[in-house]
Design a protein around this ligand. Structure first.
Ligand code: SF4
Length: 60
């Protein structure tokens, strides 16, 4: 897959298939951020809903 990093979205979630693992950037043009809490108060309350679990073992 030819992935192009988005300089505006830094991300270290290497388990996500949208992540350019070698440089800690997301490769999507846009991501969707949301929350699983009714009243979020700390960073742990919010999520990247564009996350897709990497299924292959190779980090390409
Ligand atoms: S989709 Fe979300 S979790 Fe996945 S690399 Fe992009 S910012 Fe990170």
């Amino acid at each position: 897959m030819n992935m192009k990093k988005n300089m505006n979205i830094k991300c270290t979630v290497s388990q996500c298939k949208n992540n350019l693992v070698t440089e800690d950037y997301c490769c999507l043009d846009c991501i969707h951020v949301g929350t699983h809490e009714a009243d979020p108060t700390v960073p742990e309350c919010v999520d990247c809903n564009s996350f897709v679990k990497r299924t292959d073992s190779a980090l390409d």
